[in-house]
Design a protein around this ligand. Structure first.
Ligand SMILES: Cc1cc2nc3c(=O)[nH]c(=O)nc-3n(C[C@H](O)[C@H](O)[C@H](O)COP(=O)(O)O)c2cc1C
Length: 276
């Protein structure tokens, strides 16, 4: 993936866990990520807010104060894998006149609807270089009144904007919700046009397990797969994946629970002696 030599294709998806008290990353976050680290594996960190007004959940990490940035630097100094921080961006809270401005510049046409993301990407690329910037897009999301009328066209345009940056690190996309076909839950697999349109490393996510992940990588549908819930509950997920051994079950009730340990760093490791 760009200048990073990855040792496998299993990526940790971004997972908001609401354990950064006061919006400051805590030592237990370093433990959480190091538990899931493998040599040259890619971990995408949880959504990180750029301002106090950009938060969607309580106690999510921020990056708008010195204290927040310093604790983040501390995490980076630990013997770490590649962690990519996922920034949560939102335009400033709007007043009535600002609303009109935002509509005119950021609403309506295809170009306008992509403008905010494009401006942010351009600014970050300018600061740190395209080969350090990746993006996660959820074209088919329908969350809190946030959806697009034509995601295929919108996100193809968006990918074209990413391609303008040579060596853009990755484009990560989330599948639509799984659907039931012949009584079985199935992943819709609709990301191929975006994958074909994008010039660099592509990461898919959404409902994948070992079998489906292997299949789509072999088929050339994606380069890497990001796993959310399975990786959350299996600290040594890439190892279990490699050995094809049973997985711990995730406990949904603990996803956003704010305990520093329970449901966060206390999922059991694979007992090696059971796999020999
Ligand atoms: C506890 C939890 C927190 C999540 N937080 C985020 C988030 O902050 N941002 C995001 O884009 N996706 C988030 N997701 C979605 C995951 O990154 C992933 O796309 C989703 O879980 C589907 O993948 P999976 O089927 O492998 O779990 C979250 C999912 C879970 C279960």
């Amino acid at each position: 993936m760009g200048r990073f030599e990855l040792s496998h294709r299993v990526v940790l998806a971004p997972l908001t866990r609401c354990r950064s008290y006061g919006n400051v990353p805590q030592p237990h976050a370093a433990l959480h990520y190091s538990q899931r680290a493998t040599k040259s594996g890619l971990l995408i960190a949880e959504a990180t807010s750029v301002s106090a007004t950009a938060q969607g959940f309580p106690d999510t990490p921020g990056i708008w104060t010195q204290q927040q940035s310093s604790s983040r630097m501390g995490m980076r100094r630990s013997p770490a894998p590649t962690i990519i921080y996922r920034l949560m961006l939102s335009p400033a809270r709007s007043t009535r006149s600002l609303d009109g401005f935002i509509q005119m510049r950021y609403g309506g046409s295809l170009e306008n609807r992509c403008r905010f993301a494009v401006e942010v990407i351009d600014a970050i690329v300018h600061e740190i270089g395209a080969d350090r910037v990746g993006i996660r897009l959820s074209p088919f999301t329908d969350y809190m009144d946030c959806f697009d009328s034509n995601p295929h066209v919108l996100d193809t345009y968006m990918v074209q904007q990413l391609n303008k940056h040579k060596e853009f690190l990755y484009c990560h996309m989330v599948e639509p919700h799984m659907t039931i076909v012949d009584g079985r839950m199935q992943i819709p697999h609709v990301l191929l046009p975006f994958r074909k349109a994008f010039n660099d490393t592509f990461i898919a996510a959404g409902g994948y397990d070992r079998e489906e992940g292997n299949k789509v990588v072999i088929d050339g549908y994606t380069d890497l797969i990001a796993y959310g819930r399975l990786f959350l509950a299996n600290l040594d997920f890439p190892k279990r994946f490699e050995l094809d051994v049973p997985l711990n079950k995730y406990d949904r009730s603990m996803f956003y629970m704010q305990d520093p340990i329970i449901g966060y760093t206390d999922y059991p490791f694979l007992d090696d002696s059971n796999t020999e």
